[in-house]
Design a binder for this molecule. Structure first.
Ligand code: MLT
Ligand code: MN
Ligand code: ZN
Length: 305
């Protein structure tokens, strides 16, 4: 199974259009060892031709241009994107659906009922798309059963409910329900190898840790280095945890959690906010990750399991 990181940044991207934090300003001036990043999305394929798009980022058109495999060119109108699966209803994960409206047939769209309600009501994407290509909505099971993907034979995918937050526009912001945020498990039936993907993850309980320990690659929430990162920079009153993201550093943080996984599990951080100091390749924070055997995802990163 091929896994391609289309966008490794959190909402806003890196650099963010209106941000002059040390990272965004430094990247713009060419003063930092860091790479620009687009907003959060990955794609999976068993055959390298038809892909499952996981999240539809506001930057999707750029991501498609940067990924020739997503444009196989079999017909006068064509795309390698066979279906879309959503991890949540956050703006950085769903807005790209509007950019896929020129499709000739309804877009196969897999999401939980909680996510479907947010993108049909607070941010009525499914109702808008009904006037263009339309969507073929399919409810995602979060009970561990295999997701039916008739467009993508050979791709074995399961989803699990996670602790995080629905988007700020959701009536359930601050009181998340199971299904507002999910994680994805993808297994290569030939090798038995597994990927776990969770760009929004606020807590890791023993059950989830066991599930992650059974995976060959975990691609997880790398949004913030510290819980008060946005507050310290004067950019937000909210902590990382209030926004549904477990910070990397500190007691109980993501580094500590990933340290509990077996050495054979490849550990990669994704959905990285532009304020995060680990984006700077020669920073002490990045050095700390290297010491823990933790990688930082980048746009265009390819993985194979
Ligand atoms: C998040 O992951 O917390 C959100 O995507 C933030 C945002 O919408 O900008
Ligand atoms: Mn996000
Ligand atoms: Zn910034």
């Amino acid at each position: 199974m091929r896994i391609r990181v289309l966008g490794s940044s959190a909402g806003g991207g890196f650099p963010q259009w209106n941000c002059n934090c040390p990272n965004c300003d430094g990247l713009r001036r060419g003063a930092l060892r860091a790479r620009a990043r687009t907003q959060s999305s990955i794609a999976l394929s068993q055959d390298g031709t038809d892909w499952l798009l996981v999240n539809a980022s506001p930057d999707i058109l750029q991501q498609i241009k940067d990924t020739p495999a997503l444009q196989p060119g079999r017909r006068v109108r064509d795309s390698g994107i066979a279906a879309v699966l959503l991890m949540d209803a956050q703006i950085d994960h769903v807005t790209g659906l509007l950019m896929l409206r020129e499709r000739g047939t309804p877009l196969p769209l897999l999401a939980t009922p909680e996510v479907v309600s947010d993108i049909s009501d607070g941010f009525p994407l499914t109702r808008i798309l009904a006037h263009y290509c339309g969507t073929q909505l399919r409810e995602l099971p979060v009970d561990g059963s295999v997701v039916a993907l008739p467009e993508l034979p050979g791709l074995e995918v399961r989803t699990v409910s996670l602790a995080s937050q629905p988007p700020p526009y959701s009536p359930f912001r601050g009181r998340p329900r199971p299904g507002d945020n999910i994680g994805l498990l993808a297994r290569n039936p030939a090798s038995g190898a597994q990927l776990f993907y969770a760009p929004g993850l606020a807590a890791i309980g023993p059950e989830l840790l066991d599930l992650m320990a059974a995976c060959d690659v975990v691609l997880v929430d790398g949004t913030f280095w510290t819980n008060d990162e946005m507050q310290r920079l004067g950019l937000s009153g909210k902590t990382a945890l209030e926004m549904g993201h477990l910070p990397q550093s500190g007691p109980g943080g993501m580094i500590e959690q990933l340290d509990r996984l077996p050495a054979r599990t490849r550990k990669i951080l994704i959905h990285i906010n532009n304020t995060n100091p680990m984006l700077v390749e020669d920073s002490p924070e990045r050095q700390q990750l290297v010491q823990h055997g933790i990688e930082v995802a980048f746009d265009g990163m390819e993985l194979e399991i």
